[in-house]
Design a protein around this ligand. Sequence first.
Ligand SMILES: C[S@@+](CC[C@H](N)C(=O)[O-])C[C@H]1O[C@@H](n2cnc3c(N)ncnc32)[C@H](O)[C@@H]1O
Length: 289
Amino acid sequence: MPRNYVRKADRKLRLMQSGETYFLPRHPTENDRLNLLAFATGMAMGAGWLSPVTGPGPVLDVGCGTGLWAYGFGRRFPAADVLGVDIVDFRDDGAPPNFRFQEVNVLQGLPFPNDTFELVHQRLMAAVYPTERYGQAVAELVRVTSPGGHVELFESRPFIEPEGPATKELWDFFRKLGREKGLDTAAMIPERLESYLAAAGLEGIETREFDIPVGEWGAELGEWQRRAGELILRSHLSLLTRMCPVFAALGVTEDRCRELIETMADEVNEVRSVHRFKTTFGRKPSKSV
Ligand SMILES: C[S@@+](CC[C@H](N)C(=O)[O-])C[C@H]1O[C@@H](n2cnc3c(N)ncnc32)[C@H](O)[C@@H]1O
């Protein structure tokens, strides 16, 4: 169990006070789920980041979660000074010496001066910001980026495609909860990543999209797809299992929820579901924006 889970009650209180929108699980298995997702996307992307960094100074990872991305960056660039921020500290052990953590509620802005970091990275945070605030959040990332530095965003479409009947039923629960909180349930955020960066004044914007097969059927496509497909399915099943108690508020019994999850595990192979991810980065002009 991650060492930081001992302060769970404190954290729950702070989360309640933060007025946040995020409703995904806070559970020890969430570390495994996020790491499985990171391994799968890393395999598909073939890299942890696309920005042309060559050994920068200060780096910020916004919503650092288990710390996997930030730790990897810190190990790759021992001279970099890597700061991970999140509303809760549920990092895994194994931080490199050039990593620091700071507790920050990103919905209240970033408590850093303008032009501080050479690279600002934000991954899978669309479930944190209401859709209408995502652009403003990107502008905040750009504000703390130093001129000539990069901002890199990584998001996924908030569903897998195609959806078989069980998958659709499960994701409809997510969509209902997400809509109530003003979150993106229609993939608007990933579609707009370039325009958010452009609106915040970045230049040299580049994007890469990649599909990961969900399930064992990925083996038909090749070795990395086999491995990534299994990992990403496990990550989705873990998330859904933890969501069953939350879906109960929508009148879904625990038994029904588990039955749907079991069906989905087969269904993704029959309909050949994929999960689409997108990473987009841009450079802050040398003259401050
Ligand atoms: C889907 S996870 C992504 C974590 C990590 N970036 C990754 O790719 O594995 C979303 C993260 O946002 C954090 N989070 C949720 N609400 C937040 C808030 N208001 N301020 C800062 N972090 C928040 C969660 O604790 C979680 O670590």
